[in-house]
Design a protein around this ligand. Structure first.
Ligand code: NDP
Length: 314
């Protein structure tokens, strides 16, 4: 039986993924989870390309050799208590993902720094306001996560003159960034962070990290940008920090429940800007090529750079 690659991704682009991956990896048979049911047996499946598979599904393939995540994050796979943890996971990162995230974070840092929300409000009220903002060199930006996405974001913010600090697990040096680690390092970073940007992966050690205690440790009038995962944020404690005025605003791209339910109070909070998990999406054309190249390298026994450390959870 031919080696089979099964795809389980968002419905809209399924057919596109099937065609693209079949063209790029002709040596395997590419099938879609629902449409092609009956055309393959679970034991044929050697590879899976997934976004947010239901718990237990990947464990139904006894000969699974490797899983590719359609995304840089893998918490949508590792949330599954039945995930067969000896099966390697490859995450998908690309230059376009880094560029899009850099654009997004720079946009929202500048939006807060140059007070766009207040200026738009003033225009709505036909008020002439003149804010003289501090120079970027007097604004502290704290980055939680200095990896594939955090490092280029730090470089872009540096080039605009911002004072950039970052927090990571191992504390590897990043050019132009004061790097902190551990709980005490986090407190030091927070004490100066006028803009806090979360670009962490979701793991048991990072869940709920954006809570009331974190917000209290930040200077009064600071702002939050969360592009990590919804599970990083304790929504009620953010709303309390915004209501008290301690935080001036928040830009949120990721949520515990997506799409964010219509009744969620975040929607109507004037200090919150919501984007629909689009800070940095995998572009179909380049994303497909990256996934195909990674899977082919894995099949050939070559080293694959973006293999996940399953024990660390990212
Ligand atoms: P990387 O794995 O390259 O980087 C993760 C960073 O977080 C590293 O610097 C790592 O430290 C740090 N980190 C992990 N755990 C801890 C911890 N316990 N304490 C301190 N630092 C920690 O991931 P990416 O940069 O590629 O992506 C990060 C996340 O961004 C993804 O997991 C995903 O959730 C999110 N994302 C969101 C998107 C969106 O559109 N909103 C798009 C793509 C990704 P170290 O350097 O020591 O390993």
């Amino acid at each position: 039986m031919m080696n089979t690659l099964v795809i389980r991704v968002d419905p809209e682009r399924r057919t596109w993924w099937k065609q693209t991956l079949q063209d790029l990896i002709p040596e395997v048979k590419v099938v879609l989870k629902d449409e092609d049911e009956g055309e393959y047996a679970p034991s044929d499946v050697k590879y899976a390309v997934v976004w947010n598979p239901p718990n237990g599904w990947l464990a139904t393939f006894p000969n699974l050799k490797c899983v590719a995540s359609v995304g840089a994050g893998v918490s949508h796979i590792l949330k599954d208590p039945n995930y067969p943890r000896s099966v390697p996971i490859i995450r998908t990162v690309s230059e376009s993902l880094r560029m899009r995230m850099t654009e997004y974070v720079v946009l929202h840092v500048l939006r807060f720094h140059r007070r766009l929300p207040e200026i738009e409000q003033a225009q709505a009220e036909r008020k002439w306001v003149q804010y003289i903002e501090p120079l970027a060199s007097d604004v502290h930006v704290g980055l939680l996560g200095l990896g594939n996405l955090g490092a280029p974001v730090a470089a872009a913010l540096n080039s605009l003159g911002y004072r950039v600090s970052g927090w990571s697990r191992r504390g590897n040096a990043v050019d132009g960034v004061r790097v902190f680690t551990g709980p005490s390092g986090l407190q030091e970073l927070l004490s100066e962070a006028e803009v806090l940007v979360c670009m962490l992966p979701q793991t048991p050690s990072t869940e709920n990290i954006l809570d009331g205690e974190t917000f209290s440790a930040m200077p009064a009038g600071s702002v939050l940008i969360n592009v990590g995962r919804g599970e990083h944020l304790v929504e009620a404690e953010l709303l309390a920090a915004l209501d008290s005025g301690h935080l001036r605003g928040a830009t949120l791209d990721v949520f515990r429940e997506e799409p964010l339910p219509a009744e969620n109070p975040l929607w109507s909070n004037p200090k919150v800007l919501i984007t629909g998990h689009t800070a940095s999406a995998i572009e179909p054309a380049t994303g497909g090529r990256v996934i195909a190249d990674n899977l082919r390298a894995f099949m050939n026994g070559d080293s694959v750079r973006d293999i996940v450390d399953i024990e660390q959870g990212y």
